[in-house]
Each structure stands twice: as C-alpha cells, then as structure tokens.
Design a protein around this ligand. Structure first.
Ligand code: SAM
Length: 313
C-alpha cells in the first residue's frame, strides 16, 4: 500500500482518457442551473509538475499529453479543444515558452469547472467539491492545494478512505435549495486487489443511495481476471438498477524494441485503460467518439492499439 504515486503517471494516456471523459461529463452536468456535489474519492496530489522529478523520471507525460498537444491541429474542436483550453488555463506561460509545466489532476479539473463564470453566485461557486486521498504525502499536498483555491470554502479535502466518504456523502444534500445532483469520480490505483471488489460495491451502494448520480470509474486493462471482469460487472450493476451506462477504452498498443534502439521497447508498462460511466450525460458518447481517434493517432505505439465507446442504448 502507498507505493503508488500518481506524479509518475500524470498526463499519460490513461489520464488523457480519464480527464477527457471527466471534462465531458462535467460540462453537461454543470450546464444546467442548480448546485452539484462533486466528489473525488481518490484525488491524488491534485497538481503535478511535468518538468522534473517523478514525471520526468517516468517520461509518461512526454509519451502522453505532451505528444497529444503537439499533434493537435489549431482547428481541433470539441473535447480536445476543451482539454487544451483547460491545460492552457493552468499554464499561462505556455503560449510564449511552449512548455507545459503543470498538469492539473482531477481535483483541479473539477474545481476549474465549478468556478467558471456561469457557475458563480457573486464570487462564490454554488457547487461543492469533496476530495479524499489516503497517501500521507499526497494528502498533505492536496490539503494545502485545496486551502489555496479560490472557492476553498466550498472545497473539503481530507486524508480519508474515498470509499467510506462516498457512502457518507450520498445522497447529496440540496445545499442552496433546488434539485440534488452529484458526480463522483472513483479512480483507485488498484494497488491492492480488493480495490476491484470495492469499486463494484461502491457503485452498487451509490446507486442505492442516489440513483441519479453520475458515477465515473477508471480501471486499468491488464492481464488480471478482476480487471477484465470489472466493466462486465459494472454493466450488470447498472442494468439491475435500471440506469444507462457508457464504457470507453483506449489502448495505445505495444511498442516493439528494435535492435540497437533499446529505448523503443521502454515506456509505460500500462498500455490500456477504461472509463465506465453510470448515468452518462447524453452527448458524452458522441463527444468521446469524436475525440478518441485523434488521441489514438497521436499516442499509438504499435500492435493492439484501438479505442472503443459503447453504451447501454
Ligand atoms: N484522481 C487523480 C487524478 O485523476 O488526478 C489520480 C488518483 S490516483 C490514480 C489514485 C490515488 O488514490 C493515489 O494517490 C492513492 O494514494 C489513492 N488511494 C488509494 N487508496 C485510497 C483510498 N481507499 N481512499 C482514498 N485514496 C486512496
């Protein structure tokens, strides 16, 4: 436990899939008036420096978001343009020096969405953000980051178990009046095998407590039976609860090592991942179908590459 540090992986292909999906879901949910409870059960440190340290050691952002941004035409639109605009918002120096220094994690992506001008009541966001992280160092970094955010009174960050917090936070309270709405990102590191079962239980329990919440689950596609079965089990859980679902995957394929060019065989060991969304906003599937071909074209490394977006409809 706690050997996983997201800083090694920030901005990789899995983050690109996860954060494109998150941005698309947030956009549609926050387009409607009425406050929303945003919950990040496994928040990480919240913000990552790409220029040095862990990100530079792994090189995953270079093979991920940096390669994607370099390949994106000016004319890119939809989710890809929104992703680029989000990254630009956290990197004001980027247009001049061309260096992406900061990669925003899911806490900053959610906070950014809830503090767009149309979500503010005066200077204060109507929405609430709850962040959980268990790692001793990353939770400390996260708590400091959260305390400095513009809408910090609407943000609660804690060193806590995200699965337990989700149970306690659902159903969301109708703060500020109006309808109750919630979006939760469940993004464990799957360091411990029991995470797969905990994710299933968390989604099942969340649907029992608050059937209309938008629940996003990230998972790795690896040669482990539990990982392979997770989307199938989540489909069953959603179907039994009578809820729609969306399932998106991105596989960058396997780079082959060439004699004399050993680096070609290096790179991220995780090749593929998936996002499962219960109660997806209707336009999300088409938005992902429009974005993922360009993501794959930029990040693909070899055989096995591909993307998929399937829905219950
Ligand atoms: N959601 C983040 C993002 O997209 O920027 C990345 C999160 S990372 C994949 C998973 C995090 O979950 C790690 O930082 C790990 O320390 C943390 N973690 C592991 N088990 C946890 C638990 N039960 N509750 C809360 N956090 C946990």
């Amino acid at each position: 436990m706690f050997s996983y540090r997201h800083a090694f992986h920030a901005g990789n292909h899995a983050d690109a899939l996860k954060h494109l999906t998150l941005i698309g879901a947030l956009q549609h949910l926050l387009r409607k008036p009425g406050s929303v409870s945003l919950i990040d059960t496994h928040a990480g440190a919240g913000r990552y420096r790409l220029g040095g340290g862990m990100a530079a050691t792994s090189g995953e952002a270079v093979a991920g978001v940096l390669r994607l941004l370099a390949a994106l035409p000016e004319s890119a639109n939809g989710l890809l343009a929104d992703y680029r605009a989000l990254l630009a918002a956290f990197n004001p120096q980027w247009p001049t020096d061309g260096r992406l220094a900061i990669y925003p994690g899911s806490p900053l992506i959610m906070h950014h969405a809830m503090t767009q001008p149309d979500r503010l009541d005066g200077a204060v966001s109507r929405d609430r953000l709850h962040l959980c992280e268990l790692h001793p160092t990353d939770s400390r970094v996260l708590l400091t980051l959260a305390a400095g955010l513009s809408s910090h009174r609407r943000v609660h960050a804690e060193r806590a178990d995200g699965f337990a917090a989700l149970r306690a936070l659902l159903p969301p309270s109708a703060h500020g009046g109006g309808s109750r709405r919630a979006l939760a990102l469940i993004d464990p590191s799957y360091e411990i095998k029991s995470d797969y079962a905990l994710v299933e239980q968390a989604v099942q329990d969340a649907l029992r407590r608050f059937a209309t919440g938008v629940y996003l689950v990230w998972y790795p596609i690896i040669g482990r039976a539990r990982a392979h079965e997770l989307p199938r089990r989540l489909k069953t859980i959603a179907r039994q609860a009578g809820r729609d679902w969306l399932h998106a995957t991105l596989n960058i394929g396997q780079a082959s090592a060439h004699p004399g060019e050993p680096e070609l065989g290096k790179g991220p060991t995780l090749r593929a991942s998936g996002m499962f969304v219960v109660n997806p906003p209707h336009p999300l599937a088409d938005a992902l179908r429009a974005a993922l071909p360009a993501v794959l074209a930029a990040l693909a490394q070899g055989p096995g590459q591909g993307w998929l977006v399937e829905t219950s409809e």
